[in-house]
Ligand binder design. Structure first.
Ligand SMILES: Nc1ncnc2c1ncn2[C@@H]1O[C@H](COP(=O)(O)OP(=O)(O)OP(=O)(O)O)[C@@H](O)[C@H]1O
Ligand SMILES: [Mg+2]
Length: 256
């Protein structure tokens, strides 16, 4: 039995005005790319924020390689290898590309050479301020900065935001190759569902703060009705799932 790099069990979390996650369970194995899909407001970004420690967990557990993260601050989680690329990309307008790659957040170690290796297009623009970069260049910088921190768990929130699909098609294979080569666990939130399922091993669907069981990515790709059901939301969405397509959780016993 493989210990998942990341496991989330019956997570409830939210904001001052109450919980928005009401039972999210998922796992990502080392080297696996897992997509988290669902409509606007489903709770996808909130799930990533809870994992990286940015918001308070109200119930349930989050584990990194089996260790409960409850007592760890966001910076301790980052040092333990959880790297979160948020929707807004987390860049500083007034810092250059090279400055972004010189030092990680909170003085974490960052391998700039690795970042330039993954995204060679950053080299010629190393002296340029992040604020004047194109959307695609900003996303490459955010990704390069994330990969330069050698994540064990990489949380990616809408890489594609504001980017042409052709740019996203260029970024996603880098994520896939990184996960495989470095045995990094990637949890990918993405609105370009087909592109995400093209590189993911498995996927979870989310609606109304609740996650589904996991599905094999190519099963969902070939039968988009399941994804559409989650996007349509409503209390019936879960019953739309076909049980025979459900994969066992990592560690779950399978009875033949
Ligand atoms: N800082 C916040 N304070 C209060 N409520 C919030 C906050 N951020 C998000 N929410 C609420 O939590 C719910 C889930 O939001 P979340 O951003 O996690 O959704 P999402 O699935 O990432 O959606 P999208 O696809 O639009 O990015 C929404 O109803 C949202 O209004
Ligand atoms: Mg979001």
């Amino acid at each position: 039995m493989t210990t998942p790099a990341l496991s989330v069990d019956r997570l409830a979390a939210g904001y001052d005005n109450g919980p928005v996650l009401h039972g999210v369970s998922l796992s990502v194995a080392p080297g696996e790319v897992v997509a988290l899909l669902g409509p606007n407001g489903a709770g996808k970004s909130t799930t990533l924020r809870a994992i990286s420690g940015l918001i308070r967990v109200m119930d349930g557990e989050i584990r990194l390689a089996g260790s409960n993260l409850a007592s760890l601050s966001p910076s301790a989680r980052a040092r333990a290898g959880i790297v979160h690329v948020p929707e807004d990309r987390g860049l500083f307008r007034g810092l250059t590309v090279a400055e972004h790659l010189r030092l990680g957040p909170r003085k974490e170690k960052l391998d700039a050479d690795a970042a330039y290796e993954y995204f060679p297009a950053l080299k010629p623009i190393a002296g340029r301020m992040a604020g004047v970069l194109s959307g695609g260049e900003q996303q490459m910088l955010a990704m390069g900065r994330a990969l330069g921190r050698t994540p064990r768990v990489l949380l990616l929130d809408e890489l594609s935001l504001g980017l042409a699909p052709v740019i996203v098609e260029g970024l996603l294979p880098v994520v896939r190759a990184y996960a495989t080569e470095h045995q990094c666990a990637v949890l990918l939130v993405e609105q370009h569902v087909h592109l995400a399922l093209g590189i993911a091993d498995r996927a979870y669907l989310m609606a109304n703060g609740v996650s589904s069981s996991s599905y094999d990515a190519h099963v969902l790709r070939n039968d988009m009705t399941l994804v559409q059901a989650s996007y349509l939301g409503g209390p019936e969405w879960a019953s739309e799932f076909k049980d025979e397509t459900r994969l066992p959780f990592i560690g779950e016993e399978v009875h033949e």
